[in-house]
Design a protein around this ligand. Sequence first.
Ligand code: ZN
Length: 615
Amino acid sequence: MKTSRRRFLQTAGIATAAVLAKPNLRAWAENASATAAITPALSVFNYSQVELLDGLFRKQFDNNHYLFLHLDEDALLKPFRQRSGMPAPGPDMGGWYDNADDFDPPDNFHSFIPGHSFGQYLSGLARAYAVTGSKPTQEKVHRLVRAFGETVEPEGKFYRGYHLPAYTYDKTSCGLIDAHEFAQCPDALDVHWRATEAVLPYLPEKALSRAEQRARPHKSVADTWDETYTLPENFFLAYRRSGKSRYRELAERFIEEDYFGPLAEGKNVLPGEHAYSHVNALSSAMQSYLVLGKEEYLKAASNGLRMVQEQSFATGGWGPNEAFVVPGEGFLDDSLGTTHATFETPCGAYGHFKVTRYLLRVTKDSRYGDSMERVLYNTIGGATPILADGTSFYYSDYHFNARKVHYRDKWPCCSGTFPQLTADYGISSYYQASDGIYVNLFLPSRLSWSQNGTACTLTQKTEYPTANTSQMLFTLARPESFTVYVRIPAWAGSGTRLAVNGTKADAEVVPGKFLAVQRTWKDGDRIELEMEMPLRLESIAPETHNRVALMRGPVALFGIEPIPPRLTRKQLLAAMPSPQAKEDMIVQTDQGAMTMRPFASIMSETYRLYQTVEI
Ligand SMILES: [Zn+2]
């Protein structure tokens, strides 16, 4: 690339700024005084401690890692360089990501939010580096942070006339703090500080709901879609990772008390709100709880998630047309005939995993793990891969005549959360307690950790949930006493059992709880878990109980066309494994056989999640 005089001067100016900023960086490290009021009972392992083994979820992680590792860096940086008046070589990414002037909702979403997902791609890469130790990935993170830093100037030109400044800043912030935390990027905190100063003049005085944004003067409808209410989580994380109290002040400034207050009191204020961003905001409630120690934020998050679950589909997905509905009035059922945009899948699953991880760590309540795996197998596990040109999976479709399709626009929000989520699969699977470890997800995986100074590994071999078993093999440098807590899903039947080295465990198996196995573990020990997975029907809502989904364990089974017009509960509950495909079940009806298939196995066939049965 040819360096113009102007660019040279800009770079020189930035280099000076970086030198000046260095004492600050040291000061942060020396004075890092971030405190959190609450330490969760369970901690996450480092990304490098959990390795996913061969299977669907490892494949999703590898696909995303490969794709983002090979993305053109000039293209990724282009909107930032353009809006800062710098030379901007390289191709346009396309879709939402471009800097252009033809955005015209609802018809044209080209150039909707220029550069919006840059920080998420950076975050996904930083986490992927932490998982794999891939040097090229780390180097790419470092190069991207450095080049992005060159585009950040004090006037915040990037945000001039920008529709959603908080939205994009929040994602950039996450990418930079992850680059620092997980990819040891030396510039990231300094760039983060400058990026924060650049956006502040463009942010309102407090978190604004969408109604408040609509009530204020605005030029475009997109100016009313900003998500200032999701800012506290990353501001608190920036505070905790840098020790800089200014971030804590900013976090507190953007806590949306008007949302969390009613939720903490059990008032359902979700209806009508944008679904994903309001689930994501529950993670801000959790960081508020952890740092400030105020119980009402924990209540807001746990009540909020419960209210989301009360209006969830059998898959664990929620928010038809990206909105929460008034419960009890048949709106979820109506959506089956009116929309194909039922669940915003990569973003929704990412937000769901994040808040359930916080809540599980604080409460040790296994139902958050149940909720996580329901979303895992029935939504994101069936998302089609992002393509190199930015073609992405966005909505799961639960219409009566549903298909898997790609989203209209390239590089949407869901292309940003997908690589973050797949990098998080490992750390969502196991947790560390003071007295041992928690096994939360039954994924083919290997956990390596130190227990009282003893090097231990747990290797989980499983074809769950197609099979109903999981085997956990231990290697230990020497015998060690600790407890292994294994999640027993709430739906598990009475035939569920857990054995250690072939002998049934003493502890009682209670569905909906973690089962504690305490012993002196030695090299070669093994746990065998066998879950009874009775078939059951779940109605879409209490007021429409003749609209049901067939469930087997955590898995929702989708009817594959042709679907007979008349079905009974008895027929559905008599489904038998298919002799052709091990994931499928077959239902015998008066009009012939119907195939039932998990979301992850559906390709281009027309399918139906909810069947209508006689009352
Ligand atoms: Zn999305």
